[in-house]
Ligand binder design. Structure first.
Ligand SMILES: Cc1cc2nc3c(=O)[nH]c(=O)nc-3n(C[C@H](O)[C@H](O)[C@H](O)COP(=O)(O)O)c2cc1C
Length: 481
């Protein structure tokens, strides 16, 4: 006969067994025996007598669940009816809602209506043996990403401001480590009362976020003023903003031109001169600039990478094609030349495949390729306001990079040591030095070894700061003469 080790069961099953056995005052083993007996007799109970707890926030519990979870505390005010609409508004934003009703709230909305809309059991009693068996108020306080109190009554806010915990709602609010959004609703005289003013100020000092109240007609005939609860849609939008804050997009509205990868310089139709650049650094910069809100044009030599999403990619082979595409992409606000462009190409490129002959090796004559960085840096009309070059060196890294900065006329140089021992060429990590000019001095900012993605994010952050500083300076008033 097989034996069953409870310890090895799935966490959810273990919790279910623990709760069910406690409810029925049996040991877990006895409970398993009873369940098996019921199954055999065909008297199976529903598998969830009450919610299976978990200590993780709702958003992390399962990929199949909505992205975020809110514990909605409904206080005892006339505006409680608006919370029914709020549940719907939150759910349409893929936010799971678990509701707590104060005793007073149940005078205004029924647990049945709230439960039907939220598709969840409704909680209201601090001393509920079922949910308090495993400290349900702590779970309700933590198994969510945000707590919303709507309506936040004067009474509930007074309790919060003073740390009371004598009912489920106030105990949850005292036990939570999540952000709390309050939507106050009350008569204007209650709102303006000195006690409420003190409590609101205290709650704001404690880090609570308030939405509303709005001003308008009150439920009480002939009364108007500040005290109406914000509309459900306003509260849902505020909740969503707290749950999913907008990602900063410091390069929004900027056009960034980036080159990446090696170039292939043909010897004949089947052979070429190349270098070991993988394009990973340039592609990572393109992705980071795109994530920062920029419109990105990436001119890439032959690489084995997929195009970064949201980036316009122009694929080229040779240095001359790269220059052509770079020029076609102007104007740009920022140009970052990360490609390892071949310095030379074959002057006498074979039209047909070169043949081995007894005359010996074919003489390959090299001529200089166009210098893309210098060409763009020295433009008069269409020079991007910020031009950044890369210096890949195998010796005298900083000195060579400093002289490159002066020679090419760009604004910054990102210098990296590409000696074979560093593994930078083709690798995933990079150690770079950002060389720039400040007040006629050359500044060297050496960064620690990072992944190429981290280098890209850091570089884009520097670019964003420089662009912001520049636009601030552009707006600065002329000094008085
Ligand atoms: C008809 C009626 C309407 C009420 N409306 C509000 C209200 O809008 N805002 C408020 O703060 N209190 C209101 N109250 C008072 C609260 O219901 C009362 O302070 C209660 O204790 C609040 O309990 P709670 O904070 O636990 O929900 C109202 C009371 C009644 C009888």
């Amino acid at each position: 006969m097989a034996s069953l080790t409870i310890r090895k069961l799935d966490e959810g099953v273990k919790t279910y067994l623990r709760l069910r056995s406690a409810k029925n005052r049996r040991s877990v083993e006895e409970e398993v025996r009873v369940i098996l007996g019921e199954l055999i007799e065909g008297r199976e109970e529903p598998l969830t007598p009450f919610a299976v707890p978990s200590s993780a926030p709702i958003a992390q519990r399962s990929g199949a669940l909505p992205e975020a979870g809110v514990t909605l505390i409904i206080g005892g005010g006339i505006a409680a009816y608006k919370s029914l609409d709020l549940i719907r508004r939150l759910k349409e934003r893929r936010i799971e809602v678990r509701c707590v009703l104060t005793k007073a709230a149940q005078q205004f909305v029924t647990p049945l209506a709230v439960s039907a809309l939220s598709h969840e059991r409704v909680y209201s009693d601090l001393f509920d043996p079922q949910s308090e068996f495993d400290a349900g108020h702590i779970r309700l306080a933590r198994e969510c990403d945000l707590i919303v109190v709507a309506p936040a009554t004067a009474d509930l806010m007074a309790k919060m401001a003073n740390g009371h915990a004598d009912d489920l709602a106030s105990a949850i609010l005292l036990a939570t480590n999540r952000k709390v959004l309050l939507a106050p609703a009350m008569n204007p005289l209650m709102w303006n009362n000195a006690a409420t003013r003190r409590n609101v100020a205290q709650l704001q000092r404690d880090g609570m976020v308030l939405i509303g109240p709005n001003s308008g007609e009150m439920a009480e005939a002939g009364e108007a003023g500040v005290g109406r609860m914000s509309e459900a849609i306003e509260i849902a939008t505020a909740a969503e903003r707290l749950l999913r804050p907008p990602v900063p997009r410091p390069l929004a509205g900027k056009r960034v031109l980036i080159t990446a990868g090696p170039t292939h310089e043909p010897i004949d139709p089947v052979r070429y001169i190349a270098n070991r650049s993988s394009g990973k650094q340039g592609f990572a910069i393109a992705a980071a600039a795109q994530a920062a809100g920029a419109e990105v044009i990436l001119v890439s030599g032959p690489v084995d990478l997929s195009d970064p999403p949201g980036v316009t990619v122009k694929h080229v082979e040779s240095a001359r094609q790269m220059l052509e595409q770079v020029q076609a992409a102007l104007p740009a606000d920022i140009a970052i030349f990360a490609a390892a462009v071949a310095d030379w190409r074959v002057a006498n490129e074979g039209v047909q495949k070169l043949k081995k002959t007894s005359a010996g090796m074919p003489p390959l004559q090299l001529v200089e390729n166009p210098d893309i960085l210098a060409t763009i840096s020295k433009l008069t009309d269409q020079r991007p306001p910020l031009v950044i070059g890369f210096a890949a060196e195998t010796e005298h890294l900083i000195d060579n990079a400093k002289s490159k900065l002066a020679r090419k006329g760009c604004d910054w140089i990102v210098a990296n040591d590409v000696s074979p021992a560093t593994g930078v060429m083709g690798g995933d990590r990079n150690t770079v030095h950002l060389i720039s000019r400040k007040d006629n001095e050359i500044e060297v900012d050496s960064w620690p070894a990072m992944t190429k993605e981290q280098v890209a994010i850091e570089l884009v952050a520097h670019v964003a700061r420089s662009v912001t500083d520049k636009s601030l300076n552009d707006k600065a008033p002329e000094p008085a003469s």
